[in-house]
Design a protein around this ligand. Structure first.
Ligand code: MG
Length: 412
């Protein structure tokens, strides 16, 4: 778990058992809208990717039609392209409508999730969910009875009756998007109650509203469209391709000298050593290099600008605080980590055994998967200050990608 967002665990359900009647006349499973080809992939793969890449989500359950013979192909392709996602994906057989499929997804998670855990439900036909929107939703959850992404209505609305036309006041009107997040037990109870009352709810928030709950609206991006008609695919493709074009790269380096002491902090892990680190903070060169790389990619200068060593607040500080703050800056900028590559140069101590723990901690602080990070350790063959064991150093390179609307947000 990370410093931000809910303390409870989070899971996701993607109902994908629908036939998409408005989408076309094709009835073959492979022709359903969630399987339509989109930007070198399929609609559902794009819908799943931000959920699978979000480190704060435990598992993602896809609820499929019983006669679905196309999912296996999609799952294989996902596993081939992004093997780190494979074990995060579960599937179950969905039902005749959305609420039945979400209930089936909840049953599939029943042995793993706790009653207070958060369940995010996301449409299989929303391929343009941005990482920044997903983060904003997760960050908003604490203290709410549930929340959903939504967009204020900007068009003038008309209601047509028999021979009448009236303008509807749009004040207070929002379009509900997904994901929508509610606590496991509350959502399950609300959906069962709606079914018992014969109500076919069109989203999870409606079931919660019927149960007397007031969900929180979190402003989302208008790019997060739902594919309904074939013509929507071109719009989604443009938005996805624009996002993929906006990449940012950053590099960072840090050096600290040894002093007397009995341990060093590296990658958030305390490692016993015959020397300590001379620094204002805990002197974690891996985290400092990583923060500088991330800040560089954001165009935000260096770690000294944000956490000056003249500030008494940072005396002896746990560097993971810096990393979490920088990760939050990255999310606010609508950027997500593609990968980070780190090299530590130290003659001593030996680091290999500590790397898995470092990866786990850094990934938690960045709300990403450990597989997106690499830490390599090298000596300098006893050359220079590192070889003489006077100090140690680390370098980091990061690649970030932008959500499609990140620039628009920045310019707004
Ligand atoms: Mg430093």
């Amino acid at each position: 778990m990370t410093a931000e967002g809910p303390a409870e665990r989070c899971w996701a359900i993607v109902p994908a058992a629908g036939r998409g009647e408005r989408f076309g006349t094709a009835t073959a499973p492979s022709a359903r809208k969630q399987y339509s080809e989109l930007a070198g992939s399929s609609v559902i793969e794009h819908a799943l990717r931000p959920l699978l890449a979000e480190g704060r989500l435990e598992r993602v359950v896809v609820a499929l039609a019983a006669d679905d013979d196309h999912w296996a192909h999609i799952e294989q392709r996902l596993a081939r392209r992004q093997p780190e996602f494979a074990h995060r994906l579960l599937r179950c057989v969905g039902g005749e409508n959305r609420q039945a499929s979400v209930l089936a997804g909840l049953e599939a998670l029943a042995g793993m999730a706790s009653p207070d855990d958060w369940i995010l439900v996301h449409d299989a036909a929303r391929p343009c969910l941005g990482a920044a929107d997903l983060c904003r939703l997760l960050d908003a959850l604490p203290g709410t009875h549930g929340a959903l992404l939504a967009v204020p209505v900007s068009d003038t609305l008309k209601r047509m009756g028999a021979g009448t036309l009236a303008t509807v006041d749009r004040a207070g009107l929002w379009r509900a998007l997904t994901p929508q997040a509610f606590r496991f037990a509350a959502l399950r109870t609300a959906l069962l109650e709606a079914r018992r009352a014969g109500r076919n709810v069109t989203d999870e928030a409606q079931a919660m509203e019927l149960a007397g709950v007031v969900p929180t609206l979190v402003t989302g991006s208008t790019d997060n469209i739902k594919i309904t008609h074939v013509s929507d695919l071109a719009l989604a493709e443009r938005s996805l391709r624009e996002g993929a074009r906006r990449m940012r790269i950053g590099q960072g380096m840090d050096v600290h000298a040894f002093t007397t002491g009995d341990h060093v902090m590296l990658g958030g892990v305390r490692i016993a050593h015959s020397r300590g680190i001379l620094a204002h903070s805990d002197g974690d060169v891996i985290i400092h290099a990583l923060c500088d790389a991330l800040l560089g990619a954001l165009g935000e200068g260096d770690i000294g600008r944000h956490f000056p060593d003249t500030d008494p607040r940072w005396r002896g500080a746990d560097s993971r605080l810096f990393l979490r703050e920088v990760a939050a800056m990255m999310r606010r900028a609508g950027l997500r980590l593609v990968n980070a590559d780190i090299t530590v140069a130290a003659q001593a101590p030996r680091l290999a055994a500590h790397v898995p723990a470092m990866l786990e901690r850094l990934a938690a602080d960045l709300a990403t998967l450990p597989s997106r990070l690499c830490i390599k350790a090298t000596t300098t063959e006893r050359l220079g200050f590192i070889g003489r064991e006077e100090g140690l150093a680390a370098t980091a390179v990061v690649l970030l990608e932008a959500d499609a609307d990140a620039d628009a947000d920045a310019n707004a």
